[in-house]
Design a protein around this ligand. Structure first.
Ligand code: SAM
Length: 261
């Protein structure tokens, strides 16, 4: 493959450790007939082995200079459809056909990983599962439990939609160029049925955002603009807790409770 000038602004850290690549493919365990979607295929480190397993794959890549060499490399490996697009704006649900859910995979550009995960949550009903390489701290935040330092808006919003499973750590040496941060692989499985369903999702999302924008304050003070003092008397939640002490279910209960008041 011709030499590619690594673009920092696209968060390019290409996987070159064959064992790590194999470990990711093994843990994803793609099956023929499944609909795999890769975000940021880059030079094809994951694309090639995935394509060999399933025969067909959709990929979303923003860097047009990578696309032709990628297509050339994959030409005899299967049918690869590359969408030259910004994954942050891509309509993932539009790829779903005949009711078959998507399996989304990516060694994600770390600079946009959090907004990208929020964006993907809009398409959660179209997704069977997601496997991502992320900055270790982001995986810790995704999987965090209440009353821990890593627990915050990302934990609540992602856990509302998905089961989060930490898989393994990856050393910086597995990439070229090596990132400054440590990395981890995570699996996200969208709930097929959301057990604590927010009746007004926009309101629930706003409540969580407000709560964690003042995480040192008590809940009562942090969400003052959305929950009046009088409302708390009718909600069965202690308003003197800190935002990080509430479970996902508690945020849903507050939001749903306010819809009824
Ligand atoms: N999958 C390859 C690998 O593992 O070697 C490349 C991973 S590299 C960390 C991130 C990839 O995402 C790069 O190919 C980069 O060009 C692409 N990328 C960056 N921002 C993107 C965006 N907004 N939408 C789609 N692809 C993007």
């Amino acid at each position: 493959m011709p030499t590619h000038t690594v673009r920092k602004r696209f968060g390019q850290h290409f996987l070159h450790d064959k064992q790590i690549i194999q470990r990711i493919v093994d843990i994803v365990a793609p099956q023929v007939g499944q609909h795999i979607v890769e975000i940021g295929p880059g030079q094809g480190a994951l694309t090639v082995p995935l394509l060999k397993k399933v025969g067909h794959l959709d990929a979303i890549e923003i860097d047009r200079d990578l696309i032709l060499p990628l297509k050339t490399r994959c030409a005899d490996k299967g049918s690869l459809r590359v969408h030259e697009a910004d994954a942050l704006e891509f309509d993932f649900a539009s790829l779903q056909n005949a009711g078959q859910q998507l399996r989304v995979i990516g060694n994600l550009p770390y600079n946009i990983s959090t907004p990208l995960i929020f964006h993907l949550l809009h398409s959660a009903p179209s997704i069977l599962d997601m496997h991502f390489m992320l900055q270790k701290e982001v995986v810790e935040r995704l999987a965090a439990q209440p009353s821990t330092a890593a627990y915050g808006r990302l934990s609540v919003m992602v856990q509302y939609h998905c089961q989060v499973i930490f898989l393994f750590h990856v050393s910086a040496q597995a990439f070229y160029p090596p990132p400054q941060v440590e990395s981890s692989v995570v699996r996200l499985i969208p709930h097929q049925d959301i057990s604590h369903f927010a009746k007004n999702y926009q309101h629930f999302a706003l409540l969580v955002r407000e709560a964690f924008s003042h995480r040192r304050k008590t809940l009562r003070n942090s969400v003052k603009s959305l929950v009046q003092d009088a409302d708390w008397e009718r909600l069965s939640i202690d308003s003197h807790l800190r935002p990080e002490e509430l479970r996902v279910k508690d945020y849903v209960d507050i939001s749903n409770g306010l819809q009824l008041l």
